[in-house]
Ligand binder design. Structure first.
Ligand SMILES: [Ca+2]
Length: 536
């Protein structure tokens, strides 16, 4: 089945499309290098000749992102319900960050921050692009993504999986730093769920059980193809975002109620495949691999005792796994508690590949000194946002909630999760295995805890579950953090984009069966699905 699908999809590759002849990333690369060379002739040469690696010391970069994977979902973060041996080994051979943060506890904005090193309100993606709800925004053209940065440095780049920085043409991965793309452009519960290759819709409907395997094959194939030049693989998996789905190799119907474990074990396998490929090609001394998640868990996942869940500024929403592996550079066996964040990924990599970013107004820090053990602490604050509202600020061990932290209420045993999205003829959720609100991912959130209000202060070194409000006992700290928060809010108000009103988008039947043989432009497939044309 998989071989068949891979084969049929492969036959759709290599189609020439004049719209992609001069993508923005190439122009950006040309501009940058042309300035450095100061000769039009050199620029002309670059215009027609793909950049080759000029040195072997630039590390390959593999950035693996799980979707909605909780801080407590992996065995190396204390989970007792499942073994995740490949990630465990990756952590043992590298650095495991205990206090690693996303900038917003939801998919799109979190990814915008990861790929730009900037808080989401600056990027145009402060809320989720959602094709079936008419939210058609995407990453601003002025943003420089990690893909664009690495293309400028001569890397071969590929994005595989959930993009979620916009589903209309200007926002495609292939126009924002990636030579190649394969995946679902948004969440795997947003319709139409269709697989795209570059700017074509190549498969609808999608059997989600095979997504993790197929994404993994795409990644290892690309690594093999580009073993002799610097490469960047960005692998944002679909799982364990609902609807959960695992292949037969990991699905265990004999043990009910652990589909979540099946899915996470398959993700762990995937990481193992990627690392094994790197070892087999003897690239481990020169390849940096980062693993993380875009936000906290949904029902059925685990926050590992942190309060709240996905969508919340409690720690359970914004603190995620963070594992960094680079045998040639990062000492193994490290457990790092210095607060770091996904906004640090771009500036750290930019420093490694010697790409200037001073002009980009990056919010993150170069954390290589923390990762290689040369520096234990950083002087910085980490902010977390909900849309364009500042939710919380962390500095050292202290966390101040600037606005009321929200989390879904804990469900009762009788509650069922009803997916509110209308049907397009395909069932996305398998009801018997859908996790329900009583399977709340946090065990620290209860009626007798600290109140969910603005102005509470927690010492996360002794109270990571945010149960004891220490604001009254520490007015000086509250005052100092509040001043910093006010400054951040003032800056944000300068950058907030005006969101267009949300149209009342209904959708009808899906775009019809799509295969590699009758692939259509993504935009055409969206238009077929929705009751209105997508904007140009
Ligand atoms: Ca997510």
């Amino acid at each position: 089945m998989i071989q068949f699908l891979a084969k049929t999809l492969a036959s759709g590759q290599g189609k020439f499309d004049c719209r992609r002849t001069f993508p923005r990333h190439l122009l950006h690369r040309i501009t940058t290098l042309a300035l450095a060379a100061c000769t039009a002739l050199f620029a002309q040469t670059l215009y027609t000749t793909p950049l080759k690696a000029e040195s072997t010391d630039r590390p390959n970069i593999v950035l693996i992102l799980a979707d909605d994977l909780g801080w407590g979902d992996l065995s190396c973060y204390g989970n007792k319900d499942r073994e995740t041996p490949h990630l465990e080994r990756m952590a043992q051979q590298g650095a495991r960050l205990t206090d690693f943060y996303v900038s917003t506890a939801s998919c799109g904005p979190s990814r915008a921050a990861l790929l730009t090193g900037r808080y989401p309100y600056r990027t145009g993606v402060s809320r989720n692009p959602t094709p079936d709800a008419g939210l058609d925004h995407g990453i601003r053209e002025s943003e420089t993504t990690l893909g664009e940065l690495l293309q400028s440095a001569g890397y071969a780049t590929k994005c595989i999986g959930k993009w979620h920085l916009g589903h209309l043409p200007p926002y495609y991965p292939t126009r924002n730093g990636f030579d190649e793309y394969f995946g679902i452009l948004y969440s795997n519960d947003m319709r139409p769920v269709m697989l795209c290759r570059d700017d074509q819709a190549v498969e609808y409907p999608v059997v989600q059980s095979y997504l993790t395997q197929r994404y993994t094959s795409e990644a290892t194939d690309f690594i093999r193809q580009h073993r002799d030049e610097p490469f960047f693989v960005y692998l944002p998996h679909a799982m364990p975002h609902k609807p959960l789905a695992a292949s037969e190799s990991f699905y265990t119907p004999q043990t009910r109620d652990n589909l979540y474990s099946d899915v996470v074990r398959e993700l762990d396998w995937s990481v193992g495949q990627v690392l094994e490929t790197i070892r087999e090609l003897e690239l481990e001394k020169n390849t940096l691999v980062i693993f993380s998640s875009d936000n906290g868990p949904w029902f059925g996942g685990s926050t590992g005792g942190l309060r709240g869940m996905k969508g919340s500024n409690w720690e359970g929403g914004i603190r995620v796994p963070g594992i960094v592996w680079w045998p040639g550079r990062i000492p193994g066996g490290q457990v790092i508690s210095t607060p770091c964040a996904t906004i640090d990924v771009l500036p750290t990599i930019a420093a490694l590949v010697d790409q200037p970013i001073d002009h980009l107004h990056v919010d993150g820090h170069n954390i290589m000194p923390v990762l290689d053990g040369s520096k234990a602490t950083l002087s910085r604050q980490i902010y977390a946002w909900t849309g364009t509202t500042l939710g919380s600020i962390r500095e050292g061990k202290w966390k101040l909630h600037v606005s009321k932290p929200r989390a879904r209420p804990r469900g009762k045993a009788t509650d069922e999760w009803i997916d509110p999205r209308g049907p397009d003829g395909f069932t996305l959720i398998a009801p018997p295995e859908q996790y329900e609100p009583w399977q709340y991912p946090s065990d620290a959130d209860g009626p007798d805890t600290a109140p969910a209000i603005a102005g509470t202060l927690f010492d996360l070194s002794t109270d990571p579950g945010e149960q004891r409000d220490l604001a009254a006992a520490n007015p000086d700290i509250v005052q100092r953090l509040t001043k910093l928060a006010d400054k951040a809010i003032a800056d944000a108000t300068l950058h907030i984009e005006k969101q267009p009103p949300r149209p009342n988008t209904q959708f009808y039947a899906g775009p019809g069966r799509i295969t590699a043989e009758n692939a259509v432009p993504i935009k055409q497939a969206l238009d077929t699905t929705r009751d209105r044309k997508t904007p140009e």
